[in-house]
Ligand binder design. Sequence first.
Ligand code: WTA
Length: 659
Amino acid sequence: MAEATETDFYDKVFPVPERVREKSYVKSRAEYDKLYKESIDDPNAFWAKMASERLSWFKPFDKKKVSDWSFEPGKVHSKWFEGGKINVSYNCLDRHLADKKNKAAIIFEGNDPNDWKVYTYQDMYREVNKFANVLKSLGVKKGDRVSIFLPMIAELSIVMLACTRIGAIHAIVFGGFSAEALRDRINNCGAEVVITCDGTYRGSKAVPQKATCDKAVDQCPGVKTMIVVKRTGTEVAMKEGRDIWYEDLMAKADRYCEPEWMDSEDPLFILYTSGSTGQPKGVVHTQAGYLLYASMTQQYAFDVRDEDTYWCTADIGWVTGHSYVVYGPLCNGFTSILFEGVPNYPDFGRFWAVVEKYSVNNFYTAPTAIRSIAKEGDKWVDMHDISSLRVLGSVGEPLNPEAWWWYYNKIGAGHCTISDTWWQTENGGHMILPLPGAIDIKPAKAMVPFFGVVPAIMDEDGKEIKGPGKGALCIKKGWPGITRGLWDDKEGRFEENYFSQFPGYYFSGDGAERDADGDYKITGRVDDVINVSGHRLGTAEVEAALTSHPDVAEAAVVGFPHDIKGQGIFAYVTLNHNVAKTDELKKALVAHVRKVVGPIASPDQIQWADGLPKTRSGKIMRRVLRNVAAKTFGDFGDTSTLADPAVVDDLVANRKKLG
Ligand code: WTA
């Protein structure tokens, strides 16, 4: 393949490599167009066929009630496959036993390269059944919530599937969150059982996990039981009457648990995510629509074949891990690697060592990981044989040109394609992506909508742009994977957040651009949400954490370009009178945010600001703050509505001093 320089490849189209096409489910753009058209022209017929063929039902859904949805203000709702009875663990495990019981379901690759274990479908089935009985013996019933605070260990996939077996709703909290963040999430969902472990590995270190969970649960009056998995052997305090070891419970558990027959629309899980307002939102997904959508997209986005080894590096604490480490691949009967480690331990070649070890074919990761490895040089790649790779996936934030090119050229070596998948927690699965064998790719573009997905780009007046154009990315029609709403949503935040800006449309919060061929490029968030290392964070959450510090009067947080993280966190802080502006205080504020939200929310830069650029009506002009943080001082646009325009000069002068 011809060498491209960093500037000229953007205009090129990279055709599907033959070895990718050979293994693909959809082999040409024409075939994709035909299938897509079918899915849009008669969505109910399309989805009814998919749901009947791909899922195993205890009772079939009502063919007259395939879907019932509306995005109209006041009437927002989504229901799919009503009348059907189904169980997610049955679909992910039981039904594969007949022909795949000895196939690897989960390959656990530990933090230490010598610590790994293969769980066959039979192994998973046995462990999940046993843990389902454990939950039952503790009084957990259908509809009860179970909070899970675990790192990437096989037990995490076991306990989540066990919840689905008895119809309990799991609420997994990413292991890197603080005790306070965990406490709020447990209290919001009202879980009586929490599952955690003694400690967890981060690179060469073992760090406490239960201790964080204890701090949270001490302030969760509803929690009756804490189940503790033994992972690191770290000394922990077990609270009498509340805490029980996982291993002790499992040793006594029966090996079969009848799966609960769930309605298609019964809740499956709650997953907390950030929005532009302060409090995290508990996004709810239900049984059948979610499972169908996750499994279908998992298969089509990466052209995964029965014989393939598939690896999604995401943490199960985020939606990518839910849909693409556990539910999608297992529903499809595929082999999924569950990775406990980090890209730089024991060295920067870890990803490629794992690819080589298991002969990985389909690999799915985030731009931040790609950037952090690429910057260490090619030698870490060259040490390993990664020729098994066929489809490379990306998710979480836009790929920048350098990262795209390195991924394509160095990792893909010209014989892989890149599936840049755009989607969100609320979507359940991929929404816009290039189907690997069908779509020739354009660098850093997510390309085309998945079956049944109808994107719309809106202009500033709220009108839909037809043809090429740039604006706010919305979705026009219902799809099975859409969230059914927010947990405990008394204030109607669901409708307010997603359906009020553009009535009749689901608004994603992202911007997008459509080219003359109809292909999409995602341009990033257009609201006050930032993507830090692919983790979604509301700036309001970080601001709330900062202002909860006794020395802080006011804070405004924006994203700014960061080489590795994509976006870093830049905080403008106004201190209370007579508080000294010291570097020690900056450090204390960073520590405070880590304590309140978690390490992922640590500000990268703090700038003292005696005043913030506010309009006369008191609204902070964030555009100015973003430009100052990014050091694009040239053009602040119209600042005539600012109450005190001199504030901007101060901000600029201080930013320059900060370096
Ligand atoms: C961003 C993660 C550009 C986007 C699955 C979205 C992306 C947010 C892409 C959702 C992509 C995700 N290109 N941006 N391929 N994929 N995003 O809910 O801003 O954690 O709104 O779900 O990530 O983050 P979430």
